[in-house]
Design a binder for this molecule. Structure first.
Ligand code: GLU
Length: 467
């Protein structure tokens, strides 16, 4: 690895105005994976300058989401509100250098300028009244008016960058207004704070959603005016819902933590999110380590990715299947309790081994485990009458007698016993299977009966058979 590779620094810079949503989580994941791939540094920066919309709860929700996904920041969280002095200091310096200027136009005046440009068939913009130019006399400063500070954007040429995702992008500087970087009360504006932090934090690669493409030329021009080195930019296309519309609440849960609640494994979520706009050949299931090893921005897709809940379920099912039984038991135990079951009522590790091949979520595992973790409820009389006749009772009595004598109580020995009984009575599996399930579990359908009985334990099984 070369030294430049070692110096890679990425950041995730969420605005804490809500929970960590799926798009944000994917942005965070790609920034994290890119930094890890290059042995670099991943920074978390909370962009909390919008005081009206930022809340401590949203900050916590973002931190929780990142932690759940295992996206650990190497530096931060940093909070922009703690950098206010620094922003003001740079604004003062820019005013001194002439790369920014005070503008005393009122919002109404600026609106009138825009209207005038529109009427003339031009792009609506600030007309540069207060922009200093060599040889130009500025208007007299109106008394008692607090000015904004505007960035002196270059008026000629183009601002271009080679986007890691979208390829070359070029914007005419003539299209860009002189951006307000400080409000009348002196507080810095959004784009300005982003620029100063990216600069101060020595961010080398800015990976973010493509809703920020329009901000990029403005940010590049400010960085240039400051004499800063430019980061490389990569703008990720958005995530669409299964219907091709922008992903929103209409499509189901959009908060990452909702997926925790619904029983998805964080590793499965990371795997699935990684495939939304990135690929490595045809690989669908890969570990975090593989993702880090393979993560290459050349394999990012230019087109929007589509959220596919069925595929997410499939990925989650694969991860559940691969999981260690004891680990699953630990994750599922609180979910069983939440459903009113007693997680200690059975050997949960064995229950997980029994159920994990067919479950798509941890919640499904918890529901399945209730068979072993809730008090026994006899089957309803109608079902019993339907399936447990005199023949069945005889079979069950034989089963109980021989089960008592089994030298070893295991799924294999129970299955062998069932097989022998079926042969000696000359009947097929449902004749014994259904009555046995009804009497022992109270339910007509259960997973493999031998395993179910093995987990319930001989004592409970015989007790229920004795009625
Ligand atoms: N704070 C911005 C957001 O949440 C992201 C800014 C950036 O990545 O440059 O959308």
């Amino acid at each position: 690895m070369t030294t430049t590779q070692n110096a890679v620094r990425t950041r995730f810079a969420p605005s804490p105005t809500g929970f960590l949503h799926l798009g944000g989580a994917r942005t965070a994941l790609f920034s994290w994976a890119f930094a890890r791939h290059h042995g670099g540094t991943f920074v978390l920066r909370i962009e909390d300058t919008d005081l009206e919309r930022s809340t401590p709860e949203a900050v916590q929700a973002i931190l929780d989401g990142m932690q759940w996904l295992g996206l650990t920041a190497d530096e931060g969280p940093f909070y922009q509100m703690q950098h206010m002095d620094r922003y003001r200091e740079v604004i003062q310096q820019m005013l001194k250098d002439g790369t920014a200027y005070y503008c005393y136009s009122t919002p109404e005046e600026v609106e009138a300028m825009r209207e005038k440009a529109r009427a003339a068939g031009l792009k609506p913009r600030y007309d540069g009244t207060w922009r200093p130019e060599p040889g130009k006399t500025l208007p007299e400063i109106p008394s008692g008016r607090q000015p904004v500070v505007r960035f002196r954007n270059p008026q000629e040429g183009v601002t271009a960058w080679n986007d890691m995702v979208k390829g070359p992008i070029a914007i005419d500087n003539a299209e860009l207004d002189d951006l307000i970087i400080a409000r009348p009360d002196g507080t810095p504006t959004y784009n300005f704070c982003v620029v100063i932090d990216d600069w101060d934090m020595r961010i080398t690669h800015v990976i973010r959603g493509d809703d920020h493409v329009n901000n990029t030329p403005r940010q590049i021009n400010i960085l240039r005016a400051l004499g800063a080195e430019l980061p490389v930019y990569g703008h990720l296309p958005m995530i669409l819902g299964p219907d091709g519309e922008k992903l929103s609440k209409r499509h189901g849960a959009v908060s990452v933590m909702e997926y925790d609640k619904a029983g998805y494994l964080p590793d499965a979520m990371v795997n699935y999110l990684a495939r939304l706009g990135w690929s490595h050949g045809n690989d669908e299931i890969f570990s975090r380590e593989q993702l880090v090893e393979w993560f290459d921005t050349r394999n990012l897709t230019k087109s929007a990715a589509q959220w596919d809940p069925k595929k997410l379920n499939w990925v989650n099912a694969q991860y559940i299947k691969q999981s260690d039984d004891a680990d699953l038991a630990t994750r599922v135990a609180p979910r069983i309790a939440a459903l009113g079951g007693d997680p200690n009522a059975a050997d949960l590790t064995a229950v997980m081994a029994l159920l994990k091949d067919r479950a798509e979520t941890l919640n499904e595992l918890a529901e399945g485990a209730l068979l072993f973790c809730t008090p026994y409820k006899p089957a309803d009389a109608e079902l019993m009458a339907q399936h447990v006749d005199d023949d069945a009772r005889k079979l069950l009595a034989d089963f109980a007698a021989q089960a008592r004598e089994l030298p070893e109580w295991s799924a294999e020995s129970i299955d062998a016993l069932i097989k022998n009984l079926l042969a000696s009575h000359g009947v097929k599996m449902p004749k014994l299977g259904i009555p046995l399930r009804l009497v022992v579990t109270g339910q007509k359908q259960t997973p493999a009966i031998g395993q179910v009985l093995a987990i319930l334990g001989r004592e409970r099984v015989l007790e229920r058979l004795a009625g």
